[in-house]
Design a protein around this ligand. Structure first.
Ligand code: PGA
Length: 253
């Protein structure tokens, strides 16, 4: 089917501007020559512009970790889609479980952010995933379906092609407990089935689905060998060029 693998580093609340620039400098060198894998990094807002400058001329893309849906106005502390475009972002992470868990993000606000991002030509990395409790109670698939439908509500087919989905089981994020490749595969497979049924076959076949949650150089190969996993959203292991570049170079292992 030819979906281009996509590895993105989510730096979360880490790295000063200086450290961020230093990391991408190392990264440019350590992944140079890698072909047929798309790579992006998501520094914090304060480091975006400096990282963008450092990335000029490289194939690494820039992502933001969040955005607000209004273009401007009295919204103290928020960042607009246009502001992110201006500092060189192509992607924006939306609906990460940490936003849902700690900052009151809901399917509705995720949907508003999705529309705002797409309206400004930013590509959403649309995150979803179940908690341990939801998994243990057998609610994984119904939850994923709800998050999927909620986030995509009222979007047009034209917009689908810009979307990347990140399936991140909450119990695997930052815990060292990665889902087994088989576990990690079953939700992306389900997502594709639902997308085909509810939206379109083309969307289902073309959308890239990343797995996220304690991805490391040791487990990336097994994850990437799954039919429905097209990449990874990497937290902890993206903070060092040594580990992140090994993940990006998964084909060479
Ligand atoms: P992790 O984070 O790789 O540190 O588990 C992944 C994420 O939250 O995107």
């Amino acid at each position: 089917m030819g979906r281009l693998p996509f590895i993105a580093g989510n730096w979360k609340l880490n790295k000063t501007v200086e450290e961020a620039v230093d990391l991408v400098r190392q990264l440019k060198a350590s992944i140079s020559g890698v072909k047929d894998v798309e790579v992006a990094v998501a520094p914090s807002f304060t480091a975006l512009y400096a990282v963008y400058k450092e990335l000029e001329g490289s194939s690494i893309h820039l992502a933001a970790q969040n955005l607000f849906w209004e273009e401007k106005g009295a919204y103290t502390g928020e960042v607009s889609p246009l502001m992110l475009k201006e500092v060189g972002c192509q992607y924006v992470i939306i609906g990460h479980s940490e936003r849902r868990q700690f900052f009151g993000e809901t399917d509705e606000t995720v949907n508003r952010r999705m529309k705002a991002a797409l309206g400004q030509g930013l590509k959403p990395i649309f995150c979803m995933g179940e908690t341990l409790k939801e998994r243990e109670e057998g609610n994984t698939f119904s939850l994923i379906e709800r998050q999927l439908k909620g986030g995509l509500r009222d979007l047009g087919e034209m917009e689908f092609k810009s979307i990347v989905i990140a399936y991140e089981p909450v119990w695997a994020i930052g815990t060292g407990k990665t889902a087994t490749p088989q576990q990690a595969e079953e939700v992306p497979r389900f997502i594709r089935e639902r997308l085909e049924r509810v939206y379109s076959r083309q969307f289902a076949e073309e959308v890239r689905i990343q797995y996220g949650g304690s991805v490391t150089p040791e487990n990336i190969k097994g994850l990437m060998s799954q039919t429905n996993i097209d990449g990874a959203l990497v937290g902890g292991a993206s903070l060092k060029s040594e580990t992140f570049s090994k993940i990006v170079r998964f084909k060479e292992m």
